[in-house]
Write a protein that binds this ligand. Structure first.
Ligand code: NAG
Ligand code: NAG
Ligand code: NAG
Ligand code: NAG
Length: 409
């Protein structure tokens, strides 16, 4: 379980598509000879704003105070000389937070590689000796055994980070106090979804109709954890009464080996992902039904030619996902009704292809969470904030998990 948690937290800023990220790397390699840092600031801000326009998922919800800060920040941006004078390189210390264990992305270059315009002004590190000069410390789930309490400075932001939903058991001893939260919950101080969806600057020109016609499989599912709080296995068993499902992974009948592997894209063997493209539908069923909790199970389907059938506790619309990007079990009164709909799409290529065509215009990739953290440390003068254990309990551990209501028994 521990290991799995660690692996999952790594997905926070995970690269979803090798191809897109490769492109990104390549374009960065061309422009990364970043020189005098401060001079680049204005361009960088414009670059970030441009990139933000392409981000379709919402920014974290802001309260009024934050909004005022933002408009102040806009003034600062319109006066780059003034901003430059105030700029000081920021250090973010990942105190006990694992970094991308699944793909082994080196921490010190990840900002640059993910096109973060602030990379030259922001250092990510795990070196605990830098605690005294760190502007922010990130703690995963708890302060851990030897938190640097004695060295805590009031200007430092201590950040509570969590990527797993609170549905597996009682609240852990998080320790306290913290200053910010970083989770997949939209209302976190730093919204940290598993990945994000971006609009392509240059649309692809894929002919999805011919892709559809070449497909030979109907529904696929890849799963390695069988009993889960969401009881997805029970849902699938019911669904299987009405439609054929090929199951890969540890829970399938053939127990096909297609498990997460370190160093591989999204933690999955690419060959395995490509197998999915033979299918029309892929079941992106979360292990827990929790508010805002959508994981790589959905994001990994965005860049491959398969339609995700989502089962989660998230309001997908609220998270910025359009209705024709996925099929949601929540829109059907029973697994049978869902099966009927999938069969209807299977019989009607015109209807089915609408769920693929958007992929010409969008892709998923690493979330910008750490980049936005740097941006806030650099350019926003956020007022001090404190979260006690009770605040975290109210925010994260209370009322955010749902029992499945779509399974009989
Ligand atoms: C970087 O700056 C140095 C001096 O600070 C200068 O000699 C060099 O030409 C610059 N390189 C680029 C690529 O601008
Ligand atoms: C941090 O600074 C304090 C003095 O303010 C010093 O005692 C301590 O050793 C420093 N810690 C580290 C890890 O450098
Ligand atoms: C989901 O979110 C959208 C947009 O925020 C909202 O209009 C809708 O009522 C929500 N749906 C549910 C079932 O809460
Ligand atoms: C962080 O929290 C501590 C403890 O409540 C507080 O003293 C400090 O002012 C806070 N700092 C910031 C920057 O929010």
């Amino acid at each position: 379980m521990k290991k799995r948690h660690r692996a999952l937290i790594g997905f926070f800023l995970l690269v979803i598509a090798a191809i897109e990220i490769r492109n990104l790397y390549d374009s960065l390699r061309g422009s990364s000879s970043s020189n005098g840092t401060e001079e680049k600031t204005k361009d960088d801000l414009e670059a970030l704003e441009q990139r933000d326009q392409h981000r379709v998922q919402p920014k974290p919800l802001l309260n009024e105070e934050d909004q005022n800060k933002q408009s102040n920040n806009k003034e600062a941006r319109s006066n780059p000389e003034k901003t430059n004078l105030q700029l000081k390189r920021k250090t973010v210390l990942l105190w006990n937070w694992e970094w991308l264990p699944d793909i082994g992305e080196p921490l010190d270059t990840v900002l640059e590689r993910s096109n973060c315009p602030h990379h030259h002004l922001c250092k990510l590190t795990k070196d605990k000796r830098l605690v005294n000069i760190s502007d922010a410390l990130i703690f995963h789930r708890s302060l851990g055994p030897n938190p640097p309490l004695a060295f805590r400075r009031p200007e430092q932001r201590w950040i509570w980070a969590e990527g797993e939903p609170p549905c597996f058991g009682p609240m852990p001893d998080t320790g306290e106090p913290y200053n910010w939260t970083l989770t997949y919950r939209l209302e976190s101080d730093l919204y940290g979804p598993y990945s994000q969806i971006y609009r392509r600057e240059k649309p692809l020109q894929k002919d999805y109709m011919s892709i559809v016609k070449a497909k030979t499989g109907l529904v696929a599912w890849m799963v390695s954890h069988c009993p889960t709080p969401s009881r997805r296995m029970d849902y699938v068993k019911e669904l299987q009464k009405y439609i054929d499902i090929d199951i890969y992974g540890r829970c399938g009948p053939g127990k096909v080996k297609c498990l997460k592997e370190p160093g591989k894209i999204m933690g999955y063997e690419e060959q395995c992902l490509r197998k999915l493209e033979n299918y029309k539908f892929y079941l992106s069923f979360e292990n827990s039904l929790a508010v805002d909790y959508v994981t790589e199970k959905f994001f990994k389907t965005v860049n491959i030619d398969v339609v995700a059938v989502v089962r989660s506790g998230a309001n997908m619309t609220r998270l910025g996902f359009h209705k024709d990007w996925y099929i949601n079990t929540a829109d059907f009164s029973s697994p049978k009704e869902l099966a009927d709909y999938l069969k209807k799409l299977d019989a009607n290529d015109d209807l089915y292809v609408k769920y693929l065509e958007w992929k010409n215009y969008y892709y998923s990739a690493m979330s910008t969470t750490l980049c936005r953290l740097c941006e806030r440390l650099l350019y926003h003068d956020d007022p001090p904030k404190t979260y006690t254990k009770d605040d975290i309990r109210r925010f994260f551990y209370t009322g955010n998990c749902f029992k499945p209501n779509d399974i009989v028994r």
